[in-house]
Design a binder for this molecule. Sequence first.
Ligand SMILES: [Zn+2]
Length: 103
Amino acid sequence: MGSKKRSAWQKQKAEFAASLGGRDDLFADGGRDPFARESAARTARDEAREAARRKKACERKNRYASRYEAEATAAECAEHGAPPLHVYRCPYCEGWHLTSKGE
Ligand SMILES: [Zn+2]
């Protein structure tokens, strides 16, 4: 019963492929699946965005080994009239950074 169904589907598929001009590779080649390609592009974009975020939040900032050290630096900056700095634990390097925004 299952094989009968499948052969009906094969026939339908062949007819549909023929109506598209013999492009049965649309079904056969998963690598040309437009949805798979779109998802790969999205993954690449996410990675680029993630790298940019990491650069902004971590790599271009001073890194402090402890919260105390970061807070001491923030306090020192405040004494010199700098806008208040917020201390946060970095998810990328496990160190501490300072930001002027409430991130
Ligand atoms: Zn970091």
